[in-house]
Design a protein around this ligand. Structure first.
Ligand code: ZN
Length: 180
């Protein structure tokens, strides 16, 4: 049998020592109130600045809960076979919607624009659809959105869903288009 105690010898000693000096203190203060907004988008860091610009400058969304996972909203859909993974992510999103009182949910897929580079295809979709052309990925994302929206409706939560797709153009800029 394994026993576990929070109060180890090492922590008992540490309790009597001075706390470590911070290496950094933010200028900003934390927001004590829940933003009631959540953004679900892909972990893909190549989009980060463009995504931040869209959220802040266009939508005026500055404070929000983040749910960043490979595939973004696609992580919430089985896409034909990833039932376990989608189920886990759905549980976590549902937890945040209920516990954080989320009322506005931004679902942002991504991929190339019609004239955009193939390597802008979301890696999650390259994994679930190996060799799938960008147009097939786009259709799968639309199907996944319908699937996710049906799931969210079943939660009977007061929720406004805002679906978008971030599309990388040939010139490197990113267009954001509405879906659904
Ligand atoms: Zn992605």
């Amino acid at each position: 049998m394994t026993t576990f105690s929070w109060q180890t010898e090492a922590t008992a000693e540490a309790d009597t020592a001075a706390p470590p000096a911070p290496v950094f203190v933010s200028d900003a203060t934390w927001g004590a109130g829940r933003p009631e907004v959540m953004v679900v988008c892909c972990s893909d860091g190549r989009l980060q600045e463009c995504m931040d610009e869209f959220l802040q400058n266009h939508l005026g969304v500055r404070h929000y809960d983040r749910f960043y996972a490979p595939g973004g909203p696609g992580a919430l859909a089985p896409s034909g076979y990833e039932f376990l993974r989608a189920g886990h992510y759905r549980e976590d999103v549902t937890f945040l919607i209920r516990q954080h009182g989320v009322h506005d949910l931004y679902l942002i897929f991504h991929g190339p624009a019609p004239d955009g580079p193939d390597h802008a295809v979301c890696a999650h979709y390259s994994r679930v659809m190996p060799g799938g052309p960008p147009e097939a990925v786009r259709r799968q994302q639309a199907a996944d959105l319908a699937d996710v929206e049906a799931y969210l409706r079943g939660l009977n939560a007061v929720l406004r869903v805002h679906p978008y797709r971030a599309e990388v153009r040939a010139d490197g800029h990113v267009s954001f288009v509405t879906m659904g």
